[in-house]
Design a binder for this molecule. Structure first.
Ligand SMILES: C[S@@+](CC[C@H](N)C(=O)[O-])C[C@H]1O[C@@H](n2cnc3c(N)ncnc32)[C@H](O)[C@@H]1O
Length: 280
């Protein structure tokens, strides 16, 4: 029988096996099933990207600060803490999650493990920007498969608090597809490009693609440098797009213009005030 290290090559020296058991990623006997392996791979990959971004954050009392949107069971927050923050004297992870039972579970687990610099807030992502329990100075905003518009709320929060970095892996997206659907008949009479979203399946796919394209343009327009990459191989997850953004403080007018032009082309101008406020 393989040892845990052979079975799980991603496991790092010094990493808490107890934590992985507490998170039910490993069984009590230290074994792992396919679903957990897939999840762990995603989390590890994201942690690697985040680690590199955090290495650029200057040392300062209380930092780095991280906000994890749509935290769920907080696999990401706990593993980040274990691998990155535990050996540092400073830094704090804030988990944002609507489901109170998950928040309470995470609080209890952090206490059991002695992970003192973790907080879990039972709030909606859209309310985070006005939440006083979250610090003003946020170094990194992350969201791993936060549902639908929770990723947009994470972006809005990051912009409001001038986060240094954002690392976002969007989930399913319904909002923009809904807008495309509503305007479909009109679009079909206006442009042959509307064939791109005539069939319901295509409406969903294009809605998803367009949402992420607009998010990237918005971030650029608001003063972030953006890269888009794969989180893990497509065999591990269909929701695999990773948007990395780093604040430059230099808004790009051209990106704002492009964003507006795309909204107009798709008949989505109504989305600007809702999702892309503050464009120049
Ligand atoms: C697909 S799960 C992902 C959980 C976790 N990030 C992970 O990758 O394991 C999405 C989580 O986002 C939470 N969520 C959905 N909408 C939210 C919102 N508007 N504000 C805060 N949390 C939200 C859900 O309750 C759920 O736990």
């Amino acid at each position: 029988m393989k040892t845990l290290e052979q079975d799980l090559p991603e496991l790092r020296p010094g990493q808490s096996v107890e934590l992985l058991k507490e998170l039910h990623i490993l069984t009590r006997e230290g074994r792992i099933n396919q679903d957990s392996r897939r999840k762990l791979k995603q989390v590890y990959h994201l942690v690697q990207f985040i680690e590199k971004l955090l290495a650029q954050v200057p040392d300062a009392p209380g930092h780095p600060t991280l906000a994890d949107f749509g935290a769920g069971k907080s696999y990401l927050g706990f593993i980040l803490y274990d691998l990155v923050l535990r050996q540092r004297a400073e830094g704090h992870v804030y988990g944002i999650e609507t489901r109170t039972e998950l928040v309470e579970r995470s609080r209890a687990l952090a206490q059991r493990l002695g992970f003192g610099r973790m907080s879990f807030l039972a709030i909606r992502a859209e309310d985070a920007a006005s939440e006083s329990a979250l610090p003003e100075a946020i170094d990194l905003v992350t969201a791993l498969h936060a549902c639908d518009t929770a990723t947009d709320d994470a972006i809005a929060f990051g912009l409001r608090r001038k986060a240094r970095h954002m690392a976002l892996v969007p989930c399913c997206q319904a909002e923009l597809a809904g807008w495309l659907r509503k305007e479909k008949a009109q679009a079909l009479s206006r442009t042959p490009l509307a064939e791109l979203w005539r069939h319901p399946l295509h409406t969903r796919e294009l809605g998803s693609q367009l949402t992420n394209v607009l998010r990237c343009l918005y971030l650029e327009a608001m003063g972030y440098q953006v890269t888009v990459t794969e989180l893990v191989g497509w065999e591990h997850s269909m929701k695999n797009e990773l948007i990395l953004a780093t604040r430059t403080g230099q808004p790009k007018r051209a990106a704002a213009q492009r964003l507006r032009a795309i909204l107009a082309e798709f008949g989505l101008q109504g989305l600007e005030v809702l999702r892309y406020p503050g464009l120049q």
